[in-house]
Design a binder for this molecule. Sequence first.
Ligand code: DGP
Length: 118
Amino acid sequence: MAAETIFSKIIRREIPSEIVFQDDQVTAFRDINPQAPVHILIVPNRWIPTANDVGADDEQLLGHLFVVASQIAAQQGIAESGYRLLVNCNRDGGQEVFHLHLHLLGGRQLGPMLLRQS
Ligand code: DGP
């Protein structure tokens, strides 16, 4: 049985993190292990474990996630240089935290989308 993750505690501000944006639907905070000069996680406040658990009721929420991502990219000064938005799902996707989140990565040339392995 899946359970809430550390991200729920971050959203409720029960443990520290560098929150850059929060409203009633989403929270955005800096990744603890940044892979680029800008690496921010944009997370629905409501717990959705993986992309597999997204339903029709989530359409507005997930659209809002992208609106917030583009606003944060502009605030971080990377909208014009560019950035990557990424969602990992389950084992093969490399998901480590089972609370759906959008990675916003930028501030350097990110290179090819995937490592070239067979
Ligand atoms: P993913 O592999 O897509 O599930 O990415 C999970 C990300 O979450 C990973 O880049 C590291 C980040 N992360 C894990 N634990 C914490 C934490 O406690 N605080 C913060 N700020 N980030 C975390």
